[in-house]
Design a protein around this ligand. Sequence first.
Ligand SMILES: Nc1nc2c(c(=O)[nH]1)N[C@H]1C(S)=C(S)[C@@H](COP(=O)(O)O)O[C@H]1N2
Ligand SMILES: [Mo]
Length: 213
Amino acid sequence: MSKERYIAAKQKWAEKQVARGVRPRLERAEGRLPPGQKLTEGFPVLDLGVQPDIPLPEWTLTLDGLVQQPTVLSWADFNALPQVSDVSDFHCVTTWSKYDCRWDGVPFTALYERVQPTAEARFVYFTSYDGYSTNVPLEQCLDDDVLIATRFDGAPLPLEHGGPARVIIPKLYAWKGAKFVKAISFLAEDKLGFWEVRGYSNTADPWREERYA
Ligand SMILES: Nc1nc2c(c(=O)[nH]1)N[C@H]1C(S)=C(S)[C@@H](COP(=O)(O)O)O[C@H]1N2
Ligand SMILES: [Mo]
């Protein structure tokens, strides 16, 4: 994990804090839909058939693995962390995309700062309250558009879309973003998640159509 990359992410995040509020991603106005995707106006729900309803007083987010400060955050602790607002497009591997999703929540970089991963940490493994899991390289989690969202389109994140908190990683297919997130582990070696062990791509770049391995 290069320090430079972390600092660059922090700087972009700081600029976003200054701008605050919503900043639609206009950069991709041209050719905005990734190959093989269709635009949807609705917001389909994809899950494993279980939507775990965790009462907020019982909700925790565990941050562990190769970190200097292993932490279990309560809902209050989590919401006391720095906040960010971001608008991004959402691409599901089943070929639907949704434009201009507005997410509010805690930037991944804030969690990174809180737990201070060791130099050995290079991968992140997410687990969820419904038994789901997924994995992403740490560098990609440090992009300024990666957050743990608690609000969608200005309202608390509904349970069906992963409330109370879900991971959003706009540059990857949406299965890389864990709904109902419960734990985030920092690892030296990559560890495949729920769909990754079932043949989905490990890299999941919608612009390269990395759907299945
Ligand atoms: N915990 C959990 N997270 C998950 C999933 C899941 O089944 N369980 N499905 C993934 C998939 S395949 C997609 S496309 C998105 C769907 O998010 P949505 O239901 O809000 O559209 O969540 C991802 N995160
Ligand atoms: Mo998906």
